[in-house]
Ligand binder design. Structure first.
Ligand code: GCB
Length: 606
């Protein structure tokens, strides 16, 4: 017994404290205060505020003090403290740090953030400190006490701070580290900027002791006649009678949660207006418990495949898409507001799209809510990108966690029709196993949506071959195809290619494209000119149209985006120029080429 206790103690010491057990649903509708705004920061490339001079973490020492998270100032003149948040500069939250100070533009490492806020905790209430995203590793402290660690730059996390929150002034401190590491997700090599910092909203939410923690209300798998889902309560009073209302659809049902706070939901429907890009109908849904009420706006639609077709609400659709990064080119950084996100989706609308690929990681929850409202179908993805450590169990656990959190967060969004488990991953048995397992995770978490991945191709002469065993487990055939840019010569030379696709499933091309520097004009053979990009798109349509099962595409990409892999001083200057819109927001010629192509497609799929 003693031995067991000793082992448990050691495990407690080495196991990082994890954030929440299961994400809370719909944070935006909860009673909360925003902790956005200006946070003081200390730049700490040597992680001085975390380790002592023997490289031992202060927060693992007996006293657990000594780190910057103590947020101390000298009380007498002989005291030595080598930092002082009060006099440090500030960073805006939400936003990345790279776009806020020249010295941070290329910075990768540790930055400490501190925010003071006042609170008035009420007895009997529960308080959650919620972060919508922090890139990449966050150690979070409240009033000098460690709440836990979160890894992964694009998914939310939260901590129950009920016991630590003080009446009056509170100090929240984060150690944020965006160092790239081989075993992480994403791994060290990506074609996007490694923006560090508290990049999305921060909230302190006040909840009743027993609250509605999670819920799902969607149409049952391929069944437009029934709503299905669940409600999960958390707290001390788990067994309750719940009332679920969708007044506009004249639905009102009562269910009883079990001793674990869980209630399954099945609601037969008489009449419902289904969600679609043409008519993005959202219903007010209310879940009322004795102790808590949550309201949401939810759309209902079915999505499935049948042979070569993708069926939305039972009707064949063509996914007129575009890929998008979570970046606002105008500030050369992560979007900072709903306005920034709306700008990106408005551009997609102007391009004649009904579909967006939110590459290559989970975007802001608000982006999905906007897509719901604006009528854009969504491909949502996790950063299993290029050369992940396929055989590392921690890497797999991390990827699985990010996928699970993404699905948990966005499962009520009608706009999301596809979960993507990764992008351009090289073939090998360990990779098939890793990604195959992720496909199962996606399906087990949500059986109502399609599962995809952006695959790679290989070539034999003019034959472009898509033959990847993972394809057997996926609902769509999707691949990145760079004829006319990375291979295949100039745009006029690519029309000779044809596709040999092993799977008889709908084909949605996840990427094609080429760079053009906005405003640079030359002939169609000159790389980086708008004319080259335009010709490339025109001839891509010629070869892609030969694919009988072609049911969609998300060319690469809506807007130019920052990338450390793109240093060419004239054409790139650390921008990937494959955008159809330049970094100043100007539409390039190929924007209109794609617009016109989608106009012709519209007529075919009504
Ligand atoms: C790809 C990647 C994407 C890159 C793009 C490019 O295949 O999926 O992340 O940015 O190619 O521009 O090379």
């Amino acid at each position: 017994m003693r031995k067991l206790l000793a082992i448990l103690c050691v495990l407690c010491l080495v196991q990082p404290i994890k954030a929440q057990d299961g994400l809370i649903q719909n944070i935006s509708s909860r009673k909360k205060i925003s902790l956005n705004g200006r946070w003081n920061y200390v730049l700490d490339p040597y992680e001085n505020g975390f380790y002592d001079y023997r490289r031992k973490p202060f927060d693992e020492s007996n006293s657990k003090t000594g780190g910057y998270y103590d947020d101390k100032t000298e009380v007498d003149k002989s005291e030595l403290i080598e930092y002082n948040f009060d006099y440090e500069p500030t960073l805006n939250v939400p936003a990345d740090w790279n776009s806020q100070a020249e010295k941070l533009a290329f910075y990768e490492g540790t930055v400490w953030y501190r925010r003071l806020f006042s609170a008035k905790p009420i007895n009997g209430k529960k308080y959650l400190l919620y972060f919508a995203a922090v890139n990449y590793e966050a150690h979070v402290y409240l009033n000098g006490k460690k709440l836990g660690i979160h890894k992964g730059g694009f998914t939310p996390f939260h901590f129950d701070v009920t016991d630590l929150l003080k009446s009056g002034e509170n100090s929240v401190v984060l150690k944020v580290d965006n160092t790239r590491r081989k075993e992480e997700v994403p791994t060290i090599n990506t074609d996007w900027w490694n923006y560090g910092g508290i990049t999305r909203d921060v909230y302190l939410a006040e909840l009743p002791d027993t609250y509605i923690h999670d819920y799902k209300i969607q149409l049952a798998k391929n069944n437009a006649q029934e709503l299905e889902g669940f409600v999960q309560l958390k707290g001390s009073n788990k067994s309750q009678k719940l009332n679920i209302q969708i007044p506009e659809a004249k639905l009102n049902i009562n269910v009883q949660t079990n001793n674990n706070g869980y209630a399954a939901i099945k609601i037969p429907i008489k009449k419902l207006q289904y969600w679609s890009p043409e008519s993005p109908k959202l219903y007010q849904v209310k879940i009322i418990a004795n102790t808590d009420t949550v309201a949401d706006k939810i759309g209902f639609r079915t999505i499935q495949t049948s042979g070569k077709d993708i069926l939305l609400n039972g009707k064949s659709v063509f996914l007129r898409g575009i890929s998008i990064h979570d970046e606002n080119p105008m500030v050369a950084g992560r979007p900072r507001s709903t306005g920034d996100l709306r700008m990106l989706l408005n551009w997609a609308k102007e391009l004649n799209c009904n579909f967006v690929r939110l590459a290559h990681y989970p975007h802001n929850e608000e982006m999905l809510r906007l897509a719901d409202e604006m009528g854009l179908m969504v491909w949502a993805e996790v950063p299993v990108y290029w050369t992940i450590e396929w055989e590392n169990p921690d890497t797999y656990a991390n990827a699985k966690g990010q996928l699970t959190d993404l699905i948990t967060r966005d499962k009520n969004r009608a706009s999301v029709i596809i979960w993507s488990v990764g992008n351009e991953t090289p073939l090998s048995n360990p990779r098939h196993k890793f990604m195959g397992n992720l496909v199962d995770v996606a399906r087990n978490n949500d059986n109502t949506r399609l599962v995809a991945a952006a695959l790679e191709l290989h070539r034999d002469g003019n034959r472009v071959i898509i033959d990847d065993v993972l394809g057997a487990k996926l609902d769509l055939v999707s691949f990145n195809e760079y004829a006319g840019w990375y291979w295949g010569g100039t745009p006029k030379e690519i029309t000779k290619y044809y596709f040999d696709i092993k799977y008889d499933k709908p084909v949605v091309i996840s990427e094609f494209g080429g760079d053009a520097l906005g405003g640079f004009h030359a002939d169609a053979e000159t790389k980086f000119s708008e004319e080259y990009q335009e010709a490339l798109y025109e001839n891509q349509f010629k070869i892609l149209k030969k694919i009988d099962a072609l049911r969609g595409m998300t060319p690469w990409i809506l807007v130019d985006f920052r990338s450390p892999r793109r240093p060419h001083p004239i054409y790139q200057n650390f921008w990937n120029r494959k955008g159809l819109i330049s970094e100043t927001g100007k539409k390039k010629k190929a924007f209109y080429t794609l617009y016109n192509f989608y106009e012709t497609i519209k007529g075919l799929y009504k």
